[in-house]
Design a protein around this ligand. Structure first.
Ligand code: C2E
Ligand code: CA
Ligand code: CA
Ligand code: CA
Length: 279
């Protein structure tokens, strides 16, 4: 047993070392990735449930690692946050998304909102207001077509400072959406403090609709909260027509998910816009 214990200990430390090494490798690679142009954005369409019209695109970052292939954001955004790299990376994401949105407008494609994910660290230490102002200036993209998706944790960290920053950004016409709504553990008081424009129901509530009774009731309640506070409500992770029907019946305003499209490379998203325009 003693022997065994030592073996499993060695195994455990080796595994830990391996994981620490991978993490360290990624951290070092991440520092160079921006300069090496290894990031791209994918765009996932958002639709108005009542009309079926395309109304927006959520920009989602992708890292094309030279050896490891595509690394999903869940694996490197946390590292970027811990190392502070999220600030320059986040600025790049915002600039790229707005430049792409403006290029589509210049082509005469219909005006759609571009939604960009903002991490808590960008709100806290990233000079976010200045970055948004500069990006809108540089790209000529209209603030009225830009939407920032922030999570509860981004709002809770330093409420007073966050409120000032976000209010200044809203004054540029930019809309604010609360992302992953319902998964945080904070009270709902912040909804009064921040005049948010949109509420995004987390996909964990959508997954088992319409059969799961608890999720059905929670989703109905969340839509009620959003509408009571004059927010638009969007559901993410919509994968089936039954889910779409159910959400439409509940009065949910917008939807996004694999039912419509996966996140697409910019060229494919552009083609989809053209197809929709001439269909
Ligand atoms: P999120 O903001 O909640 O983004 C939605 C995620 O759900 C995306 O994963 C998207 O591909 C996925 N998704 C969309 N439709 C469906 C569906 O119908 N079913 C299922 N099962 N999944 C669906 P992705 O692109 O891997 O992003 C994961 C998370 O990484 C995002 O969650 C967001 O928190 C973060 N992230 C992604 N891009 C950025 C970024 O540019 N900046 C920051 N700060 N975070 C980002
Ligand atoms: Ca999001
Ligand atoms: Ca989510
Ligand atoms: Ca998220």
């Amino acid at each position: 047993a003693k022997e065994n214990g030592r073996n499993s200990y060695q195994f455990f430390t080796r595994e830990l070392n391996d994981r620490a090494r991978v993490r360290l490798d990624l951290e070092n690679d991440l520092r160079r990735a921006l300069a090496r142009h290894e990031f791209t954005l994918a765009y996932q369409p958002q639709f108005d449930l009542a009309t079926g019209h395309l109304i927006g695109a959520e920009a989602l970052v992708r890292w094309h690692h030279p050896e490891r292939g595509i690394i999903p954001p869940d694996q490197f955004i946390p590292i970027a946050e811990e190392t502070g790299l999220i600030v320059p990376l986040g600025a790049w994401i915002l600039r790229q998304a707005c430049a792409t949105g403006q290029a589509w407008r210049d082509e005469g494609l219909a005006d759609i909102t571009i939604a960009v994910n903002i991490s808590a660290h960008q709100v806290r230490r990233g000079q976010l207001e200045l970055t948004v102002r500069q990006v809108l200036n540089e790209t000529a993209f209209s603030g009225h077509l830009l939407e920032l998706e922030v999570t509860e944790s981004a709002l809770m960290a330093n409420q007073a400072a966050a409120a000032t920053t976000l209010k200044a950004i809203q004054a540029m016409g930019v809309r604010l959406a609360i992302d992953d709504f319902g998964t945080g553990y904070s009270s709902l008081g912040y909804l009064k403090r921040f005049a948010l424009d949109k509420l995004k129901i987390d996909r964990s509530f959508i997954n088992d609709l319409p059969d799961d009774n608890d999720d059905a009731h929670l989703t109905r309640a969340i839509i009620g909260i959003g509408h009571t506070l004059d927010m638009l409500v969007i559901a993410e992770g919509v994968e089936t027509e039954a889910q779409e029907r159910f959400l439409t019946e509940l009065g949910c305003d917008q939807a996004q998910g694999y039912l419509y499209a996966r996140p697409l490379p910019a060229a494919d998203f552009r083609q989809m816009q053209i197809d929709l325009k001439y269909q």
